[in-house]
Design a protein around this ligand. Structure first.
Ligand SMILES: NC(=O)c1ccc[n+]([C@@H]2O[C@H](COP(=O)([O-])OP(=O)(O)OC[C@H]3O[C@@H](n4cnc5c(N)ncnc54)[C@H](O)[C@@H]3O)[C@@H](O)[C@H]2O)c1
Length: 375
């Protein structure tokens, strides 16, 4: 007995990641998997098929998935992939069901058990499976690296025979996983770093990474560790405190997000107009519309003397490391449901129950108790 696991080649534009890496193949085989991949799945990160030992390759994705017990991917697959899967098989990838109505309909019709990576609960036990965190951490690093290449100055203090150059001022707005990694990276590179968030608990986290915290007096803790939207009064209160920090910064990194809502606007056009000449904003929230009123998602623009960089799908830009962490996240999730060479899903397991999006032709309810929602 063994479990047939098939890994798709990503087809969405600019997606360089792959859901399997050579280091993860032997671990899955040890769990009882037989590995199949689509030819060229690792091409975008320069991993040829030969880099994957003990894997069978298929050119045709329908042939790849038709016998699979488990299909792995990064992005939601095409509808024809679902149509070609066995009824009752398992699909594990990012879905974002709100944007994928037709896909969800197909998953229900084919009775696919779909685990949506964005639904992995943000609890300590699930950290090893948490792809939102692994990918966000890389994005936070990338933001500092990208921002520093757009600056005409360096981040650390440097002393030379000709005189000293002071360190750059970096402001990180939104201190979730990406923001904290941005703080850590900018601090390591020698910048003077400030952090700001509307969840007060982030103050201690920012301080522990070497930043100071911009205290605005606004507490906008929402449900499940996330932030809530600010009222108009709170926004005005925050803007009054933040303006001088925005104007003092050489590099600003914004990462603020509220689940299910467009990115909150943290930097107004007027605040951009008041920024230092040569300053740079890297807006990691471009996917949700951006944290700056001037942001153009997917573009790098100049507004006066300020550069605004707003990349999309940032983890894909670091495709090799992003794939390594993502493949390990998926392996850790699979390890919860593979025992003795078979799939055995324990629906009492909070991580599996909460990550499931569809099962046996029914939508899984995120808020229901684990076993009840899949009954
Ligand atoms: N396993 C775990 O325990 C675990 C793992 C990862 C994340 N988490 C928690 O999950 C939560 C979400 O993390 P995330 O990285 O997905 O965050 P996220 O991407 O949802 O948001 C990024 C940050 O933006 C902040 N934000 C929202 N509106 C803002 C505003 N108007 N001004 C300033 N900042 C604003 C949020 O507070 C958050 O810190 C956090 O509490 C984090 O600590 C827990």
């Amino acid at each position: 007995m063994y479990v047939n696991v098939s890994v798709l080649k990503e087809t969405q534009p600019h997606e360089r990641r792959v859901a399997m890496m050579p280091s993860v193949v032997p671990k899955l085989i040890k769990l009882g998997a037989r590995l199949h991949m689509q030819s060229g799945a690792g091409d975008a990160i320069n991993l040829g098929d030969a880099a994957f030992k003990d894997v069978t390759f298929f050119d045709d994705r329908k042939a790849l998935v038709c016998e699979a017990d488990v299909v792995l991917a990064v992005q939601p697959p095409a509808l024809e992939v679902i149509d070609a899967m066995k009824e009752g098989a398992i699909l594990i990838c990012f879905i974002y069901a709100g944007k994928e109505k037709a896909l969800v309909h197909r998953l229900l019709k084919k009775k696919i058990t779909c685990f949506a990576m964005e639904r992995v609960p943000r609890i300590s036990r699930a950290q090893a499976m948490d792809a939102l965190s692994s990918q966000s951490a890389l994005a936070g690093y990338y933001a500092v690296q990208s921002g520093s290449t757009h600056l005409a100055r360096i981040l650390p203090k440097i002393t030379s025979a000709a005189g000293a150059i002071g360190p750059a001022q970096v402001l990180v707005m939104g201190l979730g996983v990406a923001g904290l990694e941005a703080i850590a990276t900018a601090h390591r590179l020698g910048a003077v770093v400030e952090g700001y968030d509307v969840r007060p608990e982030t103050e201690e986290q920012a301080l522990s990474l070497g930043a100071t915290f911009v205290e605005t007096g606004v507490d906008a803790r929402g449900k499940g560790g996330y932030a809530r939207e600010l009222s108009a009064v709170e926004k005005a209160k925050v803007a009054a405190v933040l303006t001088k920090h925005i104007q003092a910064a050489d590099l600003i990194i914004t990462t603020a997000a509220i689940p299910g809502k467009p990115s909150p606007k943290l930097i107004s056009k007027a605040q951009v107009a008041g920024m230092k000449a040569g300053a740079v904003i890297v807006d990691l929230s471009a996917e949700g519309g951006g944290n700056c009123e001037d942001t153009k998602p997917g573009e790098t623009i100049k507004v006066g003397a300020v550069t605004i960089v707003a990349p999309l799908n940032v983890p894909s830009l670091l495709g090799e490391d992003a794939s390594e962490l993502y493949a390990k996240n998926q392996y850790n999730l699979l390890a919860l449901m593979m025992k003795d060479n078979i799939i055995a899903i324990d629906w009492e397991d909070e991580v599996l129950a909460k990550t499931a999006l569809t099962h046996a032709g029914k939508l899984c309810d995120e808020d229901a108790k684990p076993a009840a929602k899949v009954a």
